[in-house]
Each structure stands twice: as C-alpha cells, then as structure tokens.
Design a protein around this ligand. Structure first.
Ligand code: IDC
Length: 350
C-alpha cells in the first residue's frame, strides 16, 4: 500500500514535468508564430498611410479616395525661428505628439521676408525649405509650403515673385506625395475675392505646369475668414484645390464656426492652415472652451488643421515655454499652456 502510494506519487510528478516542459515550449514558440502585422501597421508614417492626397466631393481624401483629416503644427516665421524646423523636432512632433503635417510659414514682406530682403537671404530661406521638406519626406510627414503674406495685404503686391518661387518649388516637388502649396496666407486690407482670384489663377497655372496633382490652398479675404465668398464663386478648372479658413478661438467664435459649417455643407474644400487658441494677436489668454468647440466642429467635418506656432516666443500662441531653449525632444514640462492643450488634444486624434 505504502509502495503503491509512493509509485502513484512519482507517476503524477512525471506527468506534471511533461506538462511543464510542454507549457514552456508553447510559450517559447507562440511569439514566433504570431504575425507582426498589427505592430507594423501601427508604425506606419502618415504618408505611408494616406499617400498622395486629393480633393473629392469637397473633402481632402487619401490615395484610396477616403476622407482624411490631418492635424499638425505651423512654424513661426522661417526667417525668425529657423532653429525649430529640424529633423529631430519633426520626429518629436510625429512620435510624441502625433503630428502628421507641418506648415512652413515664410513671411514675404516683414523683416527679412522673402520679398523684402536680398537674394542671399532668399537662397537661405529656400535652402531651409528644401532641408525641412526633405526631412519631412524621410519621416513620412506632410508639409505645407506657405507664402506667408501679411503686412503686404494684397497678394498681387508680389505676384511675380510668387510665380517664380512656386515654379522653383513645383519643379522640385512635382513627384513628391507629401508636399502641399499654400499660395497666400492671409489677404487683408480690403483685398477682395476677385483680386485674390486674379492672383491665384496664374500662380496655380504655374504650379500645375510641373506638379499635376499636389494640393494647392488659396487664402480668402479678411485674414482668411471670408470662405463664404470663395464658396459663392470658387476657382474653376483646377483640381485638388482647397480654401483657407483661419481662426483664433478667443476672437472668432460662433459666427465663424457657422460660416465654416455652411461652406463645408455647400461642398467647399476647406483647410484650416492656421489657428490659435488665444486671441487674434497671438497673445492674450488661452480660451480652452472656445478651442474645444472649434475642434469638435473640425472633427465633425474632418477639416484638417495646423496650430500656430512652434517657438518659445513670449506670446500665448507659442507652443514651447519661453524658458525652454530646446529645439526638439520636449517634455510635458517644456510646453506652454497652448502647447499642453495641443498635445492633449492630439492624443484624441487617431
Ligand atoms: C504673428 C506672430 C508674431 C509676429 C507677427 C508679425 O505670432 O510673433 O510678430 O505675426 O506680424 C495671423 C498671422 C500670423 C500672426 C498670427 C498672430 O498669419 O503671422 O503671427 N496671426 O497674430 N493671423 C491671425 C493671427
């Protein structure tokens, strides 16, 4: 009896050993059998995911014709804060913040602007654009080349310079899937939609000579707020065209949101290439309540957007704290109130 019990005990023990060995084997082999597909899919860059963009039925769409909403960041003036447009910064924004698109704001008329400085400075600005567009290409991020008119109010002021500039850019990026062109930031000072159209048509024709399908974004009257005028009389005969709406949440509220909603419902392809969550001067207080209302609306209609601005300038709209001099690899504690809001908002965008 005693012996029998002992042998049973040994017997059980043997089976348990075999089971253990089997379990270990299963655990070792399982990871080898699992396909790595989900992990790879999650690591796709924005450009790998969406490819060449186009406009279909008033919407920005991906290579498969599906509506796509891109969210990103605008630089400050390239002449003033060039240090932020570096590859590491782009990588930080893509990987840590989920940024899919970067806007290169090149002022035309202000201090060291493209049209108010010498050829040496122009060359420097072009080089900076080339370097950043190339870096964005390596990282699979979209990039907007922005002809940032502002104090020059009417884009016709520097129309011939614009044509020359965009010819150079469109020739260079004719086959690049990740490049978008914004041909006049914010017409103002009473510039009419008719005047903007007469500026835009030849510039668009120039771009289209080389780049047949890149997205072209046209600014609208009154600092890119009057998209209703563009909706009433859009530019004909050219595909992949969008219209800019800009807002600063503490200044532009329900009335501009209503205008956006109506324009989008009327089929106008709108891109919010610049917005802030403070007032229109880029300063004042952050208004989270209004900012959240704006985001809800943009998400509802899948309107793409870029926040103003990536710098540590002493102004509310700057995403980086003034005391932080890092130009990439920012931590949460390096972000301003606007930056903190933006990164939190981006977490919800996927
Ligand atoms: C502001 C900058 C500020 C700079 C000024 C130059 O934030 O540092 O001194 O331009 O005039 C816009 C413009 C954008 C403005 C921004 C805030 O597109 O260039 O940047 N803004 O005023 N439209 C509405 C607001």
């Amino acid at each position: 009896m005693k012996y029998r019990m002992r042998s049973m005990h040994l017997h059980n023990h043997g089976w348990r050993g075999v089971l253990c060995v089997l379990l270990v084997l299963v655990l070792l082999v399982t990871p080898l059998c699992v396909t790595p597909e989900p992990a790879r899919a999650a690591a796709k860059t924005p450009v790998e995911q969406y490819g060449q963009l186009s406009v279909k039925n008033g919407r920005l769409t991906d290579q498969g014709g599906k509506a796509v909403q891109l969210k990103g960041v605008s630089s400050h003036g390239l002449s003033w804060y060039p240090q932020y447009m570096n590859e590491k910064a782009l990588r930080t924004m893509r990987d840590q913040w989920g940024v899919q698109i970067v806007r290169l704001a090149m002022y035309t008329a202000e201090y060291n602007g493209y049209c108010t400085s010498d050829e040496a400075n122009r060359k420097k600005l072009r080089k900076q654009i080339y370097d950043t567009v190339d870096a964005a290409g390596r990282l699979g991020m979209y990039v907007i080349i922005d002809w940032h008119i502002l104090s020059d109010g009417n884009p016709k002021t520097y129309q011939s310079q614009a044509k020359k500039f965009f010819k150079t850019m469109a020739k260079r990026y004719a086959d690049a899937d990740h490049v978008l062109y914004e041909i006049c930031n914010e017409p103002n000072g009473g510039t009419t939609w008719t005047q903007i159209k007469s500026y835009a048509k030849p510039v668009i024709r120039t771009i289209r000579k080389y780049d047949k399908d890149g997205i072209i974004i046209v600014g609208t009257p009154t600092w890119s707020q009057d998209i209703d005028q563009a909706a009433a009389a859009p530019i004909k005969g050219c595909g992949n065209l969008m219209y800019a709406l800009h807002f600063y949440a503490d200044t532009h509220r329900d009335w501009l949101r209503d205008r956006l909603e109506q324009a989008v419902k009327a089929g106008l392809p709108v891109f919010v290439t610049e917005y802030g969550i403070c007032d229109a001067s880029g300063a004042g207080a952050v208004n989270r309540t209004e900012a959240d209302k704006w985001m809800k609306l943009l998400d509802k209609y899948k309107v793409s957007s870029c926040v103003w601005n990536l710098s540590n300038k002493a102004e509310t709209s700057a995403l980086i704290k003034q005391s932080c001099t890092k130009t990439s690899g920012w931590k949460a504690s390096d972000l301003s109130d606007a930056g903190t809001w933006f990164v939190k908002m981006m977490k919800k965008h996927k």
